[in-house]
Design a protein around this ligand. Structure first.
Ligand SMILES: *Cc1c(COP(=O)(O)O)cnc(C)c1O
Ligand code: SF4
Length: 434
């Protein structure tokens, strides 16, 4: 969107909202919809009752609390509500659900087992995640960390694994004591919801640790509440100050964000990204590959180009994790391999993201094409991850095609069956496995 259209005015609710108000972060936060009742009230003005019933029914299965900013609501094409790529990510419909994959576990990446102290996930030798809080400016219905992010829902009681300010010191002590840790990703939840004073304290403390060479902060705010960066408030200053401190110490500092579709990028996003660029702050993007949202060459290419044009570097494209109530979002490894093949070479190499799968069971992120074995029929792929465990095999599972006649063959995904497959491939050379 090059011209600065007042796109929110196509919604009945926001027709009377002027530009200054819509661009105010305070107004955005105050008018963020935070529960089912408020969303139903909002939907009533735009949609017929049967769609609203479809939404309310979905709440029994939705793993995430409802939370949507006016900005995100304004990006939805309400005339194509059902197929809209942004609606799909934030407003669940019961009619979309498919049965969860039998191999699904709530904490599918096994983060809790890699958590030596509250709020730290230490899976790789020299980098850690610092989970600073459990809330976000909006909630994505497919969140990988749905085991802990947001409030409990009808289907999930959340497990709290965060280093809130009151017990930060255990997490920071752990990082200080483990001198091999060089890279910290402050995540959550979303660092956006940390009070500015805490954010500033945390980033300064981390940058002052001598062994820390790289610091990243993960926030989705750029894609769901870019108005955050238009006002020069304390929170934004905390980020700018951290970047300046990092520069002074010759350390790397960056923001990691999360865009999944080109429609999420507006002239407001550009203003926010320009603001950060002007302050010399590097932004990288992570995208989740999602069926009918971005799983085509044109859509991905459009998203990547739109990001690059506002100086956001495409970093990763993830295979969708196994998340409760999200089976219909997942795509096969085969289709991702084809997309990677099409995308690579289509622009500057450093603007082509790596396609990765974060392996269930805690194998970490691996390039999708590094599988040792992939049976497209059963949809089972097998990877190794020597840096995590050189003796272990990790599995990823394509979504199962589901229709009324075909039920899920749970047997195929039992541990005993997977052990047999591993035995068969264990002694073969890589070439023979392909
Ligand atoms: C993703 C992730 C990181 C950071 O990984 P990069 O590949 O360096 O972006 C660190 N720790 C954990 C547990 C992660 O999941
Ligand atoms: S912003 Fe990130 S952590 Fe928060 S709900 Fe979305 S995917 Fe999960």
């Amino acid at each position: 969107m090059s011209n600065e259209t007042e796109f929110w005015k196509s919604l009945k609710c926001y027709r009377g909202i002027d530009r200054e108000t819509f661009l105010s972060e305070k107004w955005q936060v105050k008018n963020t919809i935070k529960n089912r009742e408020d969303l139903v009230f909002f939907l009533r003005q735009e949609l017929p009752q049967e769609v609203i019933d479809d939404f309310t029914l979905s709440l029994s299965k939705n793993p995430m609390q409802i939370k949507i900013s006016p900005y995100v609501l304004s990006l939805i094409n309400w005339n194509k509500f059902h197929d809209d790529p942004i609606r799909k990510q934030f407003i669940p419909l019961f009619s979309e659900y498919k049965k969860d994959h039998p191999a699904l576990r709530l904490d599918s990446l096994n983060e809790c087992d890699d958590s030596p102290v509250q709020g730290i996930i230490h899976r790789y030798p020299n980098k850690v995640l610092f989970l600073s809080n459990h809330s976000c400016p909006v909630y994505c219905r497919f969140c990988t960390r749905s085991y802990m992010v947001g409030e409990s829902t009808a289907s999930i009681t959340k497990h709290r694994n965060v280093a809130m300010p009151k017990n930060w010191h255990d997490a920071i002590d752990y990082i200080m004591m483990n001198k091999n840790i060089e890279d910290v990703v402050v995540s959550g939840g979303d660092a956006y919801t940390l009070p500015a004073k805490h954010l500033k304290m945390l980033l300064t403390e981390l940058l002052n640790i001598q062994s820390i060479k790289r610091l990243r902060i993960a926030t989705k705010s750029l894609s769901v509440l870019p108005t955050k960066f238009l006002a020069d408030d304390d929170w934004t200053s905390a980020i700018i100050d951290a970047n300046n401190l990092a520069l002074k110490k010759r350390k790397q500092f960056s923001i990691q964000t999360h865009f999944n579709h080109a429609n999420e990028i507006t002239w407001i996003t550009k203003r926010a990204a320009d603001f950060l660029f002007d302050h010399g702050i590097k932004i990288r993007n992570q995208t989740v590959l999602m069926k009918d949202i971005n799983d085509s060459f044109d859509k991905l290419k459009n998203l990547m180009d739109s990001l690059v044009n506002i100086n956001i570097e495409p970093y990763y494209i993830y295979m969708h994790d196994l998340v409760p109530g999200s089976e219909f979002f997942r795509t096969t490894l085969k289709s991702a391999l084809e997309l990677e093949e099409l995308l690579r070479g289509s622009t500057s190499g450093y603007n082509i993201p790596n396609f990765v799968v974060d392996l269930p069971g805690g194998g970490g992120k691996r390039n999708i094409w590094s599988y040792r074995h992939y049976d497209t029929k059963s949809g089972i792929s097998i990877f190794r991850s020597p840096v995590i465990d050189k003796n272990k095999f990790y599995f990823y599972f394509d979504p199962i095609v589901q229709n009324e006649e075909k039920t899920i063959d749970v047997e195929a995904f039992s541990q005993a069956n997977l052990d047999i497959i591993v035995e068969k491939i264990k002694h073969k050379k890589i070439e023979e496995l392909r």
